[in-house]
Design a protein around this ligand. Structure first.
Ligand code: UDP
Length: 311
């Protein structure tokens, strides 16, 4: 297949490019490099790969036949989407509309990268796909949460009204090599702080929970979803739930760091708990995560250490 990945130079997009090329597909990555980076793609030597710098909030024209559109373009860390609130809304709305329009024009299949953020600050735990969520539409995270909720709605509308073969993945916290230190998320922040023996900044009292999955598991799940006949959302994540404080302590231990934990204000609307219910992914995709959090962290730390030496 010829697969177009919007956001192809980002953390997840670039790992997806690697995986799809390995499976023998032709891949075009499209990215405006707002939060993506071509360094994430610079190792790719395949003649089956190409990169187009483009902002998908504008009409997307691709000359060649496209068989699958994977829509991954969006700022994805709270720090980034607070910095680029309008871009985040635009790529979720106009960007998704354009990516769907391209898929329709080409007769291609479509996959939307959605998020556990559609569940907001959840009142149901763990979160199954049937839960409608608890989102503050006018809160600071609303720009991302509502953009992704709109993206899901328009994806289902293209499926129902245009008969497009669409898929929606709800991605839970994912970590691994190529995360940007400056993206401000807990895992890259803590690792960077720990390897430089700086204070580890835990927001709030650190009792809020997240369930962190390693990137290779995520990409394997995405591929199974692509190849499936599932048109309704599927959660992909690792149900191993940790408090943020436990995550900070684990990273300090694994890096043999002298860092100490300091506590800073909890950002507004920060979800208190989050854990994917993955029974649907197990049932319909025969997928479950294989990499324990600790092992994924070791690989990620190794990459960050190498990367910070090169920088
Ligand atoms: N967090 C933290 N310190 C940091 C960055 C994040 O304590 O330096 C917390 C954040 O408030 C949240 C959790 O870690 O409770 C996960 O944050 P992240 O930005 O990784 O993703 P989120 O799940 O909130 O989208």
């Amino acid at each position: 297949m010829h697969i177009l990945i919007t956001g192809g130079a980002g953390f997840l997009g670039s790992h997806l490019c690697d995986y799809l090329l390995e499976q023998g597909h032709r891949v075009t990555a499209m990215d405006n490099l707002l939060t993506g980076n071509v360094d994430n793609l610079s190792h790719i030597r395949s003649p089956e790969f190409s990169f187009i710098r483009y902002d998908v909030t504008n009409f997307i024209y691709v000359q060649d036949q496209v068989d699958f559109v994977m829509h991954f373009a969006s700022p994805a860390s709270p720090f980034d989407y607070l910095k680029f609130p309008i871009h985040t809304l635009k790529v979720g709305a106009h960007g998704t509309h354009n990516a769907l329009g391209l898929a329709k024009a080409k007769g291609a299949k479509f996959l939307l990268a959605s998020t556990s953020e559609v569940y907001g600050d959840p009142l149901v735990h763990p979160q199954p796909e049937t839960y409608w969520g608890n989102v503050n539409p006018i809160g600071i995270r609303g720009v991302y949460d509502e953009a992704k909720r709109f993206a899901e709605a328009i994806t289902m509308a293209y499926h129902r009204y245009h008969g497009l073969d669409t898929k929606i993945v709800r991605i839970f916290n994912t970590f691994g090599p190529r995360m940007r230190v400056e993206d401000g998320r807990a895992v890259p922040n803590f690792i960077n702080q720990a390897i430089h023996n700086q204070d580890i900044t835990v927001f709030g009292d650190g009792s809020q929970t997240r369930s962190f999955g390693y990137v290779s598991d995520l990409v394997a799940g995405l591929y199974k979803l692509m190849m499936s006949d599932q048109n309704e959302p599927v959660n992909i994540g690792n149900p191993q739930e940790l408090t943020v404080k436990e995550m900070a302590e684990t990273i300090v231990k694994l890096t043999n760091s002298k860092s100490k934990i300091v506590y800073q204000d909890l950002p507004e609307d920060d979800p208190k708990i989050r854990q994917p219910d993955i029974s649907k992914a197990k049932r319909v995709l025969d997928w479950e995560p294989k990499v324990p959090v600790r092992e994924g962290l070791e690989k990620t730390i190794e990459w960050f250490v190498k990367h910070s030496q090169r920088a």
